[in-house]
Design a protein around this ligand. Structure first.
Ligand SMILES: Nc1ncnc2c1ncn2[C@@H]1O[C@H](COP(=O)(O)OP(=O)(O)O[C@H]2O[C@H](CO)[C@@H](O)[C@H](O)[C@H]2O)[C@@H](O)[C@H]1O
Length: 818
């Protein structure tokens, strides 16, 4: 066993074990350092060879070269290794270990001392500033006589109801926490959304997170100084770090080279400028950071210190796909699969961020914390926001999964409504969205994911639908109009324009904005008259607007498709575009689908399509109690039971459908009359029809695998994900050619054997029947064509990869837009 002593070029993490990633001769392996030491112990087994420890010359600690001292088994330094180039590379034999020169050892020790000295100086400055900050804080609290959440120790904000020991609501197999009957998006009661005026592992993160500020060296210095805990002091520094670009290289990625962040390294703006009505809160938020004293000067010093020992830029992984466009991206959505999902928005919020992270961006998702998500742990300080005059407490939970920071905003008003996210009275829904957006916009400055806040330079929010349309409004009104967060941008994504956050103009009083912002929300249309419209305000204030397909982008500009917002969209044409959604090709993949590996189902792929899919079909028929027969085609419908999805067209066609030799399976939840209809059809046609009323992710996967045909007669469909899932599973879509359905399902051409399914050009039962007729004819009589259709569908690249690239273009355009 060998030990490596190292003098890191920057302080190392304090909590948890340090993992040092070394790269001997190009290979990589890990050594672990116990907490509070600057020693990494490597067993021979770590590197599969007795002598290869001698190749640690290119040791990399999160992108930083290290000075290393190799200690042999007798506990003596046997080799001293500086930041050497590959020319200096030692031979991997024991002779070299023993024969190492004293000079290099001395050089390393000298260098180590220099680094320690610099760190000591830094520490002293931090300690001084910390004292200053505490005295300022004390005086502020005394003066204002109000609790300041910032001053509370992290342990003090754990809600007794929601403590760490609370029983965890484990997600099911799919990771989704609900397998229940839920309220549809339009919910019960008054519906704010309606336009009709009724209206890798966690471990890798801790490595990443801790890579830059505190650590082993802290422990060393702190004991030397006998001063206040360095960890505390540096913790403050970390907390105050609004500068995302100071974050160390992540997994070998180069830092985003933003001209913006270079010109404004600290992103802390003049606090002399006061904000509007909410300025007290806003100011204190920013003053806090300033008071902490992490000034440009301090940071410059830190940088200078680092510059004295220039880190060797050796990346652990290949450069990010985004290249110099790497940014900090925060996706904000009120649902996020697998934790919360009522429809496609949840799927997108769960998958797009991962694809962006794959391209090298630092990506966060912010969603409400509806339940107790076992993966997420408390982070940051408790905060209070005023909503409709009431103080509402917010705490933050954090998980790092698949290279994405997931930050869940916890507040009593979000708890346990995952099955009714859009339910309740209009005012209650509105208050939830206000609190969520107020809290979300501050997350980049407040929540130190992995020890580092995202900061507001090089930052783009991606808000989604009307629910988070207040985010760009708050970003503008609370911050940018007051000189804060001027480099942050917001892109707003339209998943469904039919829900807009409409209400009477009086609703403006809820959103806590100065009166002159009212015009952003004011909208007149023939349906709602003059009213308050949150989506309208979001569209006006967002830097860029995206919708989820090209077809829908065109439709949104028309009076029929824009649902009253077409005027604003047309005016904003320059900042508006369509990007077709991708899908999560792991969870929605017949090869890996976790819902297919039991109960008689099976995973399958293109190669095993015929046998695998046939087995799933039998399993589905058995599970639902339908006659088991492989020759009878199964037609499926999955979706919300509402006007949009055109389920009533299926009802109209029911007579024709049950007259055919087929089976029909419908899974959905929504309008109670349509739910009743599903139940009725099942009871009337026991041998042919199944109507599953409820929200079941497992059944959605199984039906997609076992069915032959997926029917989507949507009246409008911004993108549609089910047809994409269907094609991945060799299930043929029959769709109304509208919005994203038109973009993604190419009509079958029997002469050229091209196309992916059948389309009909009007949302009418007879058109749907006609298309279904052609489809069934091919199923029964042209097996080869059928298999061709299946294969073409399965062979498409439906992943998020290319969509993420398009999003990246939009983010970059937003960043450079003034
Ligand atoms: N009862 C049930 N049980 C289990 N799962 C169910 C279910 N009902 C629906 N789902 C699932 O919810 C998702 C629905 O996705 P869609 O894209 O069809 O719809 P939605 O209209 O919600 O989304 C909006 O946003 C998305 C994302 O941008 C757009 O694709 C879409 O056109 C737009 O209307 C799918 O994953 C589907 O399997």
């Amino acid at each position: 066993m060998f030990s490596l002593l190292f003098s890191p070029p920057r302080p190392l993490p304090s909590p948890g074990a340090v993992t040092c990633c070394l790269r001997p001769g190009g290979a990589r392996f890990l050594g672990h350092s116990p907490l509070g030491t600057s020693k990494i112990t490597l067993k021979h087994s770590d590197c599969n060879g007795s002598a290869c420890t001698m190749r640690f010359l290119n040791a990399v600690y999160y992108g930083q070269s290290l000075d290393l001292v190799l200690i042999n088994h007798r506990g003596k330094p046997s080799v001293a290794v500086g930041r050497s180039s590959s020319n200096d590379r030692q031979e991997d034999n024991d002779e070299d270990v023993e024969g190492i020169s004293d000079d290099s050892l001395r050089a390393t020790i000298r260098q180590s001392k220099k680094v320690l000295e610099m760190q000591r100086n830094l520490l002293q400055q931090i300690v001084k500033r910390r004292k200053l900050v505490s005295s300022i804080k004390d005086s502020v609290v005394t003066k204002e006589e109000r609790p300041d959440s910032y001053n509370q120790a992290s342990s003090s904000f754990s809600d007794p109801d929601m403590g760490e020991n609370e029983e965890i609501d484990e997600p099911n197999d799919s990771g989704t926490s609900s397998e229940t009957h839920v309220q549809p998006r339009q919910g019960k009661g008054e519906e704010l959304g309606r336009t009709d005026n009724s209206w890798t592992s966690y471990g890798s993160y801790s490595k990443l997170s801790e890579a830059g500020v505190v650590g082993d060296t802290e422990a060393t210095i702190s004991s030397n100084d006998g001063e206040q805990s360095v960890a505390d002091a540096l913790g403050l520094l970390r907390e105050a770090n609004l500068l995302q670009s100071q974050r160390p290289a992540v997994f070998g990625q180069s830092q985003p080279s933003s001209p913006i962040s270079k010109s404004q390294p600290l992103t802390i703006l003049p606090h002399s400028q006061s904000g509007p009505a909410f300025s007290e809160e806003t100011e204190s938020y920013f003053n806090k950071y300033e008071n902490l004293g992490v000034s440009a000067e301090t940071y410059a010093q830190i940088s200078n210190n680092q510059q004295e020992v220039p880190p060797k830029q050796e990346s652990v992984d290949s450069p990010p796909l985004a290249g110099p466009n790497v940014m900090n991206v925060i996706v904000v959505a009120v649902e996020c699969a697998p934790w919360s999902k009522t429809g496609g928005l949840g799927d997108v919020a769960g998958a797009l961020p991962k694809a962006l992270a794959k391209r090298g961006h630092r990506v966060m998702v912010i969603a409400p914390r509806y339940g107790n998500y076992s993966e997420a742990k408390v982070i940051g300080d408790l905060k209070r926001y005023k909503v409709d005059g009431q103080d509402m407490e917010v705490t933050y939970y954090h998980a790092y999964i698949d290279s994405v920071d997931f930050v869940f905003i916890d507040s009593p008003i979000f708890r346990h409504i995952e099955n009714d996210i859009y339910g309740g009275k209009r005012e209650d829904i509105l208050k939830r969205m206000i609190l969520f957006c107020k809290a979300a916009v501050e997350v980049p400055g407040r929540v130190p994911c992995g020890g580092f806040c995202y900061g507001d330079g090089n930052l783009v929010f991606i808000a989604n639908d009307w629910h988070t349309s207040l985010l760009p409004v708050y970003l503008k009104a609370y911050y940018r109009d007051n000189g804060f967060m001027i480099y942050a941008r917001c892109v707003l994504v339209i998943h469904n324009i039919a829900h807009q956050g409409r209400g009477p103009l009086d609703d403006f009083s809820f959103v806590d904005l100065p009166h002159h912002y009212l015009d952003l929300f004011r909208l007149y249309d023939p349906v709602g008259g003059e009213h308050f419209n949150i989506f309208a305000a979001g569209l006006k204030t967002a830097d860029r607007v995206v919708t989820v397909s090209h077809g829908y982008a065109r439709e949104l500009k028309t009076p029929e498709g824009g649902w009253g917002l077409h005027g604003i969209i047309n005016k904003s044409d320059w900042k508006f575009q369509g990007i077709i959604n991708g899908i999560d090709t792991h969870s929605w993949n017949p090869k890996f689908d976790v819902h297919l590996n039991f109960d008689g189902y099976t995973n399958y792929s293109l190669e095993t399509l015929q046998t695998g899919k046939a087995q799933c079909k039998v399993a589905l028929q058995q599970e639902l109690g339908l006659p088991v027969c492989s020759d009878i085609p199964i037609i499926a419908f999955i979706g919300r039971l509402d006007h949009q999805k055109g389920v009533d067209l299926i009802a109209e066609a029911m007579h024709w459908l049950v007259g055919q030799n087929l089976q029909l399976i419908m899974l959905g939840t929504g309008r109670s009359d349509l739910e009743d209809m599903l139940r009725r059809f099942e009871s009337e046609h026991q041998d042919k029809v199944r109507g599953w009323v409820g929200f079941s992710v497992k059944m959605a996967h199984r039906i997609t695998a076992g069915a032959d045909i997926l029917l989507m007669p949507s009246r409008f469909e911004p993108c549609g994900l089910n047809q994409l899932y269907a094609m991945m599973y060799g299930t043929i879509p029959v769709v109304h050619a509208v919005g994203g359905l038109r973009d993604t399902v190419q009509q079958f051409d029997p002469f050229n054997e091209t196309g992916l399914g059948w389309t009909f050009d009007r949302a009418e039962a007879n058109r749907m029947i006609e298309a279904l007729g052609h489809c069934l004819n091919t199923y029964w009589n042209y097996k080869e064509s059928w298999v061709g259709l299946q294969k073409r569908g399965m062979m498409q690249d439906l992943s998020w990869d290319s969509a993420a690239e398009r999003y990246e273009e939009v983010l970059v355009a937003a960043k450079y837009q003034w």
